[in-house]
Design a protein. Sequence first.
Length: 215
Amino acid sequence: MILSRQHGFIFMKTLKTAGTSVEIALSRVCGPEDVITPLPAEDEVLRRERGGRPPQNYESPPLPHRVTEHIRAGKLRRIIGWQEWSSHYRFAIERNPWDAVVSLYFWVTRNLDDPPTFEEYLAGPRPETLAVRNFQMYHFEGKVAVDRVLRYEHLADDLAEVWHHLGLPGEPDLPRAKGGARPAGADYRRFYTEESAARVAELFAQPIQEMGYSF
């Protein structure tokens, strides 16, 4: 999550949507009063190499309560107050849920000697957790709480539009963070049965409807 008081925006970071890459790009234009949450150690190295600001101002004090990387929209609004929340341009990223669930599978099993099958993983709690957490990160009381939801599928173009709308200096430069866990060219559709595809459709019903995604 990034709250930029210098440039008047809030980036709500969802899971498995290239949010770390966007955070690194945005942190390069942040000022000393902006709120930047920490990344994992290897991603902080990449952020430093790209000239981004390190984590700052995310603890209490200076905030009333500490904020985290994947904070919920409702919680952040309570911490910073309605006036600051509503006066900033807010954006998040969404991804085709069937693709996101496959991406999460390869991420959580990347270091396992005996990983579960995709069907076993899909029957467990992680896909539902992904659906609930991402929904809460840019919805409040069941409604979209940001000004724009960028699409992962054409993230570079969407981010460039937001970048220019905000009048940020330079151009966005997206690094590749958290890559390599998923086999190159692995089409998400080949992992699903009719039943498992229907489970994802049920878990992610509202964002699928809002964004017009299909299997």
